[in-house]
Write a protein that binds this ligand. Structure first.
Ligand SMILES: Nc1ncnc2c1ncn2[C@@H]1O[C@H](COP(=O)(O)OP(=O)(O)O)[C@@H](O)[C@H]1O
Ligand SMILES: [Mg+2]
Length: 580
């Protein structure tokens, strides 16, 4: 006698439900995707007890015909694809035809379309019968996992389940700002989203502070397109909770894209901070496999290398628009720039096109005078009235900040952070152009060192060489420095070399200039940047401002902190309640 038997259909569905239906939030995701696939313009969701007792999704989409109702709840029955070729070019959110069957096998499900209704109770189908619904489709799921107690035990508290459902709701609502969404929990309204533009939807879901400063991304390739909003480097999070990536409209987690984004921020973000973004990648469905996982939360790109490059370059471009050349100020956000902590370089509120004012001519005079007095700085001072987006220095505060006045109002610059960014970009440019020259020291400097440092210096000779150092062992615990990088020749050589060696010890010399090049240069730049408490003259401060305007990504230092903030006259007026 044979021992193998085909499993009963109910059990098959319950097993399948294990993959698609993990908790109320996964049911909600499937139902919302069905509504969007049906072309809904308005969707409302009602949850009771975190969605465990009841979860209802009502839409105004195309609906299901009465003859189709039994098939809609049957496994592997779908209206979305019919052939393998269809599968390979599917752009619908669903296509596996198993969600309703799986959900019906572990709950009491009822689907209503117009005047017709079908119910599935723990996998048992009732006949199609008349119902009172006016239009669209309503799917009602009650008592999730009531007939599979083992699964039910894995559910968490009501608050946790509701939180997860809310997240599933948000992810989908964020992807379709053109559709209206509503969410209630235990009879209380928790979200009400009218159809709106993408930035306002992002403001409601990710936050006003994100949306106000976010930089727009728009890049197009042969068969793909990337669009959306990415946070200004000054707006970062301690966790990855504000990272939304959609591939052909579907929220996914993807290591390749996530890595490319991270790399694009590497220069402007501190290591333990995470960027926030809402990005939509549209790609020829033939170039991506979405059928990797039953819940479709992962994708596989045909050519992940090009994908990485495409995303990286699109974001790098968006994040590095230099200050000079920016024009229109952003629409007023919910908060002034200084309250959100950093108005990014790309969103600087410079009144570039304003007519020449009395102020400007005043400054023109100041600049000319300055130019005559300090010929060595002429090249650094932009003619007034056009450049000078960061304005002209007024004073230094406690040796830390520079105050400057521009056409818009007051600018405050973190002197060290700004200078660090400038030096860093210079070092990067010089290294790329193989122009990081070496400056021989008149008198070689002896440097007491640990055995590890001596060893490291010997092992990293080549890298040190390329950076412009000439270092040799002068004994088991002594090094001698004969040359230093030309750009950094007036620094404390011993301290600089010590940090560079420490970096190399951490990363390994062989990788130092390839993978860790930016960290290494950033360490060097930090040594070079003006320290707090260095008194600067006004011309020196102005020279720094002019260099910032010329430097890419000058809006934040390489640790991701902002380098400057703008207070507009309106913001200053508000502080003093003027004009009310
Ligand atoms: N809200 C809805 N409006 C219209 N049709 C729906 C709706 N929900 C489900 N359907 C129909 O039921 C079918 C089965 O749904 P489902 O089990 O989720 O599988 P899939 O979405 O993969 O096709 C769908 O193909 C669709 O024809
Ligand atoms: Mg579906």
């Amino acid at each position: 006698m044979g021992k193998i038997a085909a499993l009963p259909e109910l059990l098959v569905n319950q097993i399948a439900a294990g993959e698609v239906v993990e908790r109320p939030s996964s049911v909600l995701k499937e139902l919302l995707e069905n509504s969007l696939d049906a072309g809904a313009r308005s969707i409302s969701v009602d949850l009771a007890e975190g969605g465990v007792r009841r979860l209802r999704v009502a839409d105004d989409g195309g609906g299901i015909s009465p003859e189709d109702l039994p098939l809609a709840v049957a496994r592997f029955a779908t209206s979305k694809i019919a052939t393998l070729a269809d599968l390979e070019r599917a752009l619908s959110l669903g296509f596996r035809g198993e969600a309703l069957a799986s959900i019906g096998s572990v709950s009491r499900l009822a689907a209503q379309k117009n005047a017709w209704k079908i119910a599935v109770d723990g996998g048992t189908l009732s006949p199609v019968e008349p119902a009172a619904l006016a239009a669209g489709t309503t799917v009602d799921v009650e008592e999730l996992f009531y007939n599979t107690p083992a699964r039910r035990k894995f559910l968490k508290s009501e608050a946790t389940e509701f939180g997860r459902s809310e997240e599933a709701f948000s992810r989908i609502a964020l992807s379709r700002p053109d559709v209206a969404f509503a969410l209630t929990h235990n009879g209380r309204r928790s979200a009400h989203l009218p159809p709106e533009d993408p930035r306002s939807r992002a403001a409601r879901i990710v936050g006003d502070d994100f949306a106000a400063g976010a930089v727009e991304v728009a890049a197009e390739g042969a068969k793909l397109r990337l669009s959306g909003l990415v946070a200004a480097p000054g707006f970062t999070r301690a966790s990855r909770d504000a990272q939304y990536l959609y591939v052909n409209g579907r929220f996914v987690r993807d290591k390749v894209v996530a890595h490319a984004i991270r790399e694009a921020y590497a220069d402007v973000l501190h290591h333990d901070r995470h960027p926030a973004y809402v990005l939509f990648l549209e790609i020829d469905p033939a170039l991506v496999d979405v059928n990797v996982h039953p819940a479709k939360s992962e994708v596989r790109f045909r050519d992940s290398g090009s994908m990485h490059g495409f995303v990286f370059h699109a974001l790098t471009r968006a994040l590095s628009r230099p200050l000079a050349g920016e024009t229109a100020p952003p629409p007023a956000g919910a908060m002034p720039a200084w309250a959100t902590n950093a108005r990014p370089a790309t969103q600087g509120s410079f009144a570039v096109s304003q007519p020449a004012s009395a102020y400007e001519s005043l400054f023109a005079g100041a600049v000319t005078a300055e130019r005559e007095a300090r010929p060595s700085l002429t090249s650094a001072i932009a003619p007034a009235g056009e450049g000078a987006r960061l304005g002209f220095a007024l004073a230094q505060v406690h040796g830390v900040f520079i105050l400057a006045q521009n056409a818009d109002g007051l600018v405050i610059v973190d002197m060290h952070a700004a200078h660090e960014r400038i030096v860093y970009e210079k070092l990067k440019g010089a290294l790329d152009a193989a122009a990081l020259g070496s400056q021989p020291l008149l008198v070689p400097i002896p440097m007491p060192a640990t055995a590890e440092e001596v060893e490291q210096a010997q092992a990293s000779r080549e890298v040190l060489d390329r950076l412009g150092f000439d270092v040799a062992a002068a004994g088991p615990r002594e090094l001698v420095v004969r040359a230093v990088p030309a750009l950094l020749s007036d620094l404390d050589t011993v301290a600089l070399l010590r940090s560079v060696l420490a970096d190399m010890q951490e990363y390994g010399a062989s990788r130092a200039l390839v993978e860790q090049r930016n960290e290494l240069l950033s360490t060097m730049a930090c040594h070079a940047a003006v320290r707090a408490n260095r008194m600067l003259t006004l011309p020196e401060m102005n020279a720094l401002l002019r260099e910032m305007e010329e430097t890419e990504r000058a809006g934040s230092c390489n640790h991701g902190r902002p380098t400057w903030v703008q207070f507009s006259m309106a913001e200053l007026d508000r502080l003093f309640m003027r004009g009310r």
